[in-house]
Ligand binder design. Structure first.
Ligand SMILES: [Zn+2]
Length: 110
């Protein structure tokens, strides 16, 4: 699972940067507009970049959520609480953990 967390961090770092103030928070880097260009070419480029930003935002969000859950799972492993449903306190099904190692709730509580 550490490996997965690392690969997500790597993926995130391509278009987002770690927020130093909030642990585990990432910010999508807003595309920088090229000040050197002017006229319609620059406008077109800016529009492209805004479009790119709006496609990246949900990706960044889901990667960040996954990373957060993985880190939570890693902390639970350390505390020996891993695999216990947060809602009902029962053990989470092994099959579910295999499919979603970062799962925090069991099949009936998800
Ligand atoms: Zn449960």
């Amino acid at each position: 699972m550490e490996k997965e967390a690392k690969s997500i961090e790597k993926e995130l770092s391509k278009f987002a940067k770690k927020d130093d103030k909030v642990k585990g928070d990432w910010d999508t880097i807003f595309p920088r507009f090229n000040g050197g260009e002017s006229g319609s070419a620059a406008l077109e480029k800016a529009a492209d970049e805004v479009e790119e930003y709006s496609t990246l935002l949900p990706i960044e969000y889901s990667l960040e959520m996954k990373l957060k859950n993985i880190n939570l799972a890693l902390e639970k492993i350390k505390k020996g609480e891993y695999g216990i449903c947060e809602k009902c306190g029962k053990e989470i099904d092994e099959e579910r953990l295999k499919a979603f190692p970062e799962a925090r709730t069991c099949n009936s509580c998800k």
